[in-house]
Design a protein around this ligand. Structure first.
Ligand code: FAD
Length: 404
């Protein structure tokens, strides 16, 4: 790959982005859709499909499962250009973060061929049904049951805190199939179509004001046996792979982990450059915040942490693509990112000063109130994907070898 070829690719991507980004993108006139809305979901879906069709996303998966194979240098150029302009995000889905990695490791051949390409292209969206009212940290206590009836399983029960619940076409489901077997060996893992009769869902509104997650109910919902992933009774192990992927890539997703897995570029609002811009543009007592060395040091610390996360995400992606399951180190990444997001959210609001009271809808809200939203949303980061306490237990027992 010569530097001329890479420069030609850079021009091609730049031109393509100019032609294809939503009208008004990058100008003050552009008003993004409300975050968890049908409009935002559809924009993400259409954008992902466009990118996939032209070969600008879907990297790091084998070609036979719809992966787009390109040399690393080309991928880097594509991401650089996307990072320069910012782009819409993907659909409201846990497909890339959880479903595709789990299917890649545990799925049967037909499942990999059927589901992964449509996740990479953004056509089908996914949610994850693990947690229940009495099975959060203690996930092995799942009470939702699946009972075999011929070629089907009949599912009954309830899930809660289901992210990206609303527009999911497919769901991941952990259910008890062996009521008499010991813990961890009594669960199985299913892929279910959310249009199946007997399935229903409803929203749960968070303090950020949005219903990012919801509840799911199963009332004699039938799932074909072929939609079971891995063997009967091995659902716990599939769930662990899914959770490890989520902890690693969710952990690094804001700084390249998702990109490393074939995700999309996002606006740099969460990154260090955005913090620099924000500090430069925010004036206090006649001076920009950037001129205060205490703020500069904290912004630089954030930049260092983001870069560390980016490389960790890339390392995780490389490991997974070699077929090595991600291990307990995912807990380190997960906790680091969750706590970093909270620090960064607080820092952003300190930079904004009094403007951090202005949320979306206020004429004086900075960047459509996104900084305030990110600060509020970061509170959930130390709970989702396993709380910080649970991840610390994993680090203590399984990495450091400390006694229980
Ligand atoms: C934003 C967000 C998105 C989510 N998305 C999903 C999703 O898509 N799908 C899904 O299935 N779930 C999802 N969840 C649920 C999440 O996985 C659970 O909330 C989490 O596992 C904690 O479970 P819980 O809420 O039942 O709390 P509990 O398990 O009841 O924990 C309560 C408190 O006790 C502590 N605790 C519990 N056990 C121990 C222990 N052994 N040692 C030390 N401390 C302990 C916890 O750390 C916590 O502080 C999401 C949660 C959030 C906040």
């Amino acid at each position: 790959m010569t530097s001329e070829n890479l420069e030609a690719l850079r021009r091609e991507v730049r031109g393509w982005l100019r032609e294809n980004l939503p009208k008004g993108w990058g100008t003050p006139e552009y008003v993004p859709p409300i975050r968890y809305s049908r409009e935002s979901h559809e924009l993400g879906r259409e954008w992902t499909k466009k990118m996939y069709d032209v070969g600008y996303t879907g990297f790091n998966y084998p070609k036979e499962y719809g992966g787009i194979e390109r040399p690393r240098e080309e991928v880097a150029v594509i991401y650089e250009e996307m990072g320069r302009t910012g782009t819409p995000g993907g659909p409201l889905s846990l497909g890339l973060l959880v479903a595709a990695p789990a299917i890649l490791v545990h799925g049967e051949e037909w499942q990999k061929k059927r589901f992964i390409p449509k996740i990479l292209s953004g056509e089908e969206s996914w949610c994850e049904g693990f947690s229940e009212p009495d099975a959060g940290s203690d996930l092995a206590n799942v009470q939702t049951t699946a009972v075999r009836d011929g070629d089907e399983w009949v599912v009954n029960g309830q899930k809660v805190w289901t992210s990206m619940w609303e527009f999911a076409d497919w769901g991941l489901l952990v259910a008890k199939t062996e009521p008499d077997a010991p813990r961890h060996r009594n669960l199985s893992y299913f892929l279910f179509d959310t249009s199946t009769p007997g399935f229903s869902r409803r929203p749960l509104v968070q303090m950020s004001g949005e219903a990012e997650f919801g509840e799911m109910f199963f009332d004699d919902m039938r799932v074909p046996h072929k939609n079971m992933m891995d063997e009967q009774g091995r659902g716990w192990y599939v769930a662990m792979t899914a959770l490890m992927a989520e902890r690693s890539f969710g952990g690094t997703g804001f700084s390249g982990g998702m990109a490393a897995m074939g995700g999309l570029g996002t606006s740099d609002l969460l990154g260090a450059n955005a913090l620099v811009e924000l500090a430069k543009n925010t004036k206090r007592y006649g001076k920009s915040v950037w001129e205060e060395s205490a703020f500069r040091q904290r912004i630089m610390q954030t930049a260092i942490e983001l870069e560390a996360m980016r490389w960790s995400g890339t390392r995780m992606a490389a490991k997974m693509m070699k077929g090595t399951p991600i291990g307990n180190e995912a807990s380190v990444l997960k906790n680091f990112q969750a706590e970093m997001r909270q620090r960064r959210g607080d820092l952003t609001c300190e930079i904004l000063g009094a403007y951090s009271q202005m949320v979306r809808g206020s004429t004086r809200a900075v960047d459509e109130g996104d900084h305030v939203y990110n600060m509020l949303r970061a509170r959930g980061a130390t709970i989702e994907m396993g709380t910080s306490e649970i991840n610390r237990n994993i680090i203590a027992e399984r990495i450091l070898g400390l006694p229980r």
